[in-house]
Design a protein around this ligand. Structure first.
Ligand code: PAF
Length: 287
């Protein structure tokens, strides 16, 4: 695997692959890799000849008071895992390479509507930061395909819209959530949990499963969501949101059958997010 920090080197390396007609896949990451990231690499491998992973803790997507400084940086271990996973190129630029003029003077990409509410509501500016850096990476790597985890469901929706609206010829692939044995969705932020909090954390997934089953049985949506709020509160979470949307993140209506239940909740220092798709019966009360 070649580890590149320099934009010009990245461009010339990828130009060679492209000239040989090789298909390129990109896996953008912020490092501190776990099995969820490795599933993205494995998926990328299936769709391309060359797999490029990027590792960049993007300051633009962190709000004031968020965990930019404390975000786990484990470069050597990440690099070793990517070699083991068969990645071809690791692009790990410095902040000063991607944002040479600082963040204030930086052009930003804003994806309306789908980036509003949910995580976009509780983390103002977050998706502008994600959209900007992902656009930059797409522009630098010019991948044929890019893989993103479905755990960040809204992020995936934002990126799909970005690629569509800006006519980028990139196939976006969503990769299913990888969970620990007890159901907790893998996340770099799980490392912030104390052992007591880690024992509580799978209650987020368990609650979503219970709610999904109740919704699939046709129980009234408002009642089910109220029960979810109470269950998460009782388990010790501070709920950020718990919402049922259609799979494009639009509001559900009487015709919606395929929906997604999305939650974000704080547990100690960690903000956990998770989601589950739900099949609604024709009879579900949309109150
Ligand atoms: O999902 C992430 O790790 C980040 O939001 C991404 C897509 C790498 C952009 O910084």
């Amino acid at each position: 695997m070649r580890t590149l920090r320099d934009i010009d080197q990245l461009r010339s390396t990828l130009r060679d692959y492209r000239q040989r007609g090789q298909r390129i896949a990109l896996v953008p990451t912020m490092g501190n890799l776990h099995a969820g990231h490795l599933a993205l690499v494995a998926c990328a491998r299936q769709h391309a000849d060359i797999v490029v992973a990027s590792l960049f803790v993007n300051p633009m997507q962190f709000g004031p008071g968020e965990d930019l400084d404390g975000y786990p940086r484990t470069f050597d271990a990440d690099q070793a895992q990517l070699i083991e996973a068969g990645c071809d190129v690791l692009f790990a630029p410095a902040v000063s390479s991607l944002y040479p003029n600082g963040l204030d003077a930086q052009t930003r990409v804003h994806v309306p509507v789908v980036g509003e509410g949910l995580c976009g509501g509780s983390r103002p500016g977050h998706f502008d930061g994600v959209s900007t850096v992902v656009s930059m990476l797409f522009n630098l790597v010019q991948p044929d395909v890019a893989c993103f985890g479905e755990k960040d469901y809204q992020q995936l929706a934002v990126i799909r819209k970005l690629v569509c609206d800006l006519h980028m010829p990139i196939e976006i692939i969503g990769v299913p959530i990888v969970r620990a044995e007890d159901g907790l969705a893998l996340s770099s932020r799980n490392g912030y949990l104390s052992s007591e909090e880690r024992a509580i954390a799978p209650a987020l997934y368990r609650t979503l499963c219970t709610l999904r089953d109740a919704l699939a049985r046709g129980e009234p949506i408002e009642k089910v969501l109220r029960q979810g709020h109470a269950a998460l509160y009782d388990a010790g979470f501070t709920l950020d949101y718990l919402e049922l949307r259609d799979t494009t993140l639009g509001p559900i209506n009487l015709a919606t059958r395929h929906a997604v239940l999305l939650a974000a909740a704080k547990l100690g220092p960690a903000r956990l997010i998770d989601n589950l798709t739900v099949q609604l019966p024709a009879s579900a009360a949309r109150e």
